[in-house]
Design a protein around this ligand. Structure first.
Ligand code: NDP
Ligand code: BG6
Length: 499
């Protein structure tokens, strides 16, 4: 993969929903990050658009505390950044605001742009206004002669039917190559590294299959509950919130076949193929939970959130076992698990290898490859080694790539920084294609219907701040994941682990 050109010049970026939370916390900080690192310059114009009446100063006040300025001198860059920003207030479903937006865009383009127009529209918007905004873009601010691109945020529907409807509404307006469906997990550094790690290392590549691997886990853990956002979450649940999208995207990159090239469509073709090989969920083989008060009573239960429906069966924890019915993975359990209000915040992938032949060893732990996506990015292989010195005892240690110590002077972009830049370059590799959505919703919709239907099962309660429902340990064991209790593992290694 070659390094792309540094600047994408002459671009107008319009952030719809500029007054909102996503724009404040993610979109503007990402644009600032790109500017700070030299990937945007003043040949770019950034226009915030929303209904609220705001001056640029007021917009700046909302955003500024979220901008990361790691070096003291970067603070000066904040002024430079806001010189690129203007704001247009207007409705989403009527012409007048869009006419003012067009004037703002055209004034900039005729004064500053030497190339054909390049307009990037970012939807930091609730789904209820997706369609009116898309329609007005097409009608009033579409670059007839240049390039128009739309970055749209999840949710891409809430089930198969609504996802199809959204797609049917958007497709007469925009071509698939104009749409960038963002799943910010695809912009995380270690997720972007998956294909290189897998296919660029023969020792991993050759053993990445059912003959060598006995279980795979993708785990998402958050240490906080809904904290007043329960009204939103109650209609969504953890499966829709992070599993059908973020974790499934990670899973496809982890399990797909080698693409013929790193061309975006070649990668996305392979993702779709592996999704199609996934077997339907077995509803009897899932573990679902909802958080209760913490054991010490200081943290509230899910149902204590006043914005949640009384008696809600909303799932805040789920562990789902997948089977991929293809030559590479047949028979290997793949567990996706995600939960709120757990004992820690962490997202990681774990591949546990099969045991080596016994004989010379009484017992020796399984190798395990851990790819920690966040926090503190790391890749480590749990690895058996002789205890140093005269001892012949074996010891579990690790081959460790911890980013913070290995890559001290590197700028690791935030997911949104990486993805906005990709969209500016027209690179779709890390965005979700329409057919991926179709297959993923086909997989998840029957499960969601079951969990949300009249006879929905009752999720098992687990204490706020715990690992999740009591049954988790057995569930992992049932799906071939062995917790190596006889070989406790400390890191960094300090004590020998005697055979
Ligand atoms: P752990 O021993 O913490 O956990 C191993 C796996 O077993 C996890 O999936 C864990 O789940 C699961 N598990 C453990 N106990 C239970 C239980 N009672 N019920 C259900 N699941 C359970 O991880 P490692 O062996 O990989 O690492 C040990 C420590 O060393 C970790 O803190 C790790 O971060 C650190 N380390 C860090 C490195 C680095 O930063 N580069 C390198 C090597 C190790 P769950 O995740 O939910 O706890
Ligand atoms: C979002 C979910 O898509 O992803 C949130 O709606 C979740 O509920 C978030 O907290 C997790 O993203 P990250 O980058 O913080 O892991």
């Amino acid at each position: 993969m070659s390094e792309p050109v540094k600047f994408v010049k002459n671009t107008v970026i319009v952030v719809f929903g500029a007054s909102g939370d996503l724009a404040k916390k993610k979109t503007f900080p990402a644009l600032f990050g790109l500017y700070r690192e030299g990937y945007l310059d003043e040949t770019t114009k950034i226009i915030g658009y929303a209904r609220s009446h705001l001056t640029v100063e007021e917009l700046r006040e909302r955003i500024e505390k979220n901008l990361k300025t790691p070096k003291e001198e970067d603070k000066k860059k904040v002024d430079g950044f806001f010189k690129m920003v203007t704001y247009v207030s207007g409705p989403y479903d009527q012409d007048d605001g869009f006419i003012r937006l067009r004037e703002e865009i055209e004034t900039f383009e005729s004064a500053k742009c030497t190339l054909e127009p390049h307009r990037l529209f970012y939807f930091a918007l609730p789904p209820s206004v997706f369609l009116p905004v898309a329609t007005n873009i097409k009608k009033l601010v579409y670059a007839e002669k240049g390039v128009t691109r739309l970055i749209v945020e999840k949710p891409f529907g809430r089930d198969l039917e609504t996802a199809r409807k959204l797609q049917a509404d958007l497709s007469p307006l925009f071509r698939e190559d104009e749409i960038f469906r963002i799943d910010h997990y695809l912009g995380k550094e270690l997720v972007k590294n998956l294909l290189v790690m897998r296919f660029g290392n023969q020792f991993l590549n050759s053993a990445w299959n059912k003959d060598n691997i006995q279980s795979i886990q993708i785990a998402f853990k958050e240490p906080f509950g809904t904290e007043g956002r329960g009204g939103y979450f109650d209609n969504i649940g953890i499966i829709r919130d992070v599993m059908q999208n973020h974790l499934l995207q990670v899973l496809t990159l982890l399990t797909m076949e080698r693409p013929v090239s790193f061309d975006p469509e070649a990668i996305r073709d392979e993702k779709v193929k592996v999704l199609k090989a996934m077997a339907p969920f077995d509803h009897k083989d899932i573990l679902i939970g909802q958080y209760d008060k913490s054991e010490d009573g200081t943290k509230p239960s899910y149902l204590d959130d006043e914005t949640v429906k009384p008696g809600s069966k909303c799932v805040t924890f789920a562990a789902l076992a997948f089977q991929i019915e293809n030559e590479r993975w047949s028979g290997v359990p793949i567990i996706m698990r995600a939960g709120k209000a757990l004992n820690e915040g962490k997202v990681e992938i774990r591949l546990q290898y099969k045991a080596v032949a016994s004989g010379v060893f009484n017992t020796i732990p399984h190798n395990e490859l851990v790819i920690r996506i966040q926090p503190n990015e790391a890749v480590y292989m749990k690895f058996n080694s002789k205890t140093p010195g005269l001892s012949n005892a074996t010891q579990v240690t690790d081959l460790d790539l911890t980013y913070s110590s290995r890559y001290k002077d590197f700028w690791i972009p935030e997911a949104y920084e990486a993805l906005i830049r990709d969209a500016m370059l027209g690179d779709h590799s890390n965005f979700v294609r329409d057919d991926e959505l179709e297959v993923s919703w086909s997989l998840f919709t029957p499960l969601l219907n079951y969990l949300e239907g009249e006879n929905a099962p009752q999720p098992e309660l687990y204490p706020y701040g715990s690992r999740g429902p009591k049954g988790l340990r057995d569930y992992l064991a049932k799906h071939n994941y062995i917790i190596e209790e006889k070989h406790p593992y400390t890191w960094p290694v300090t004590t020998p682990n005697e055979e």
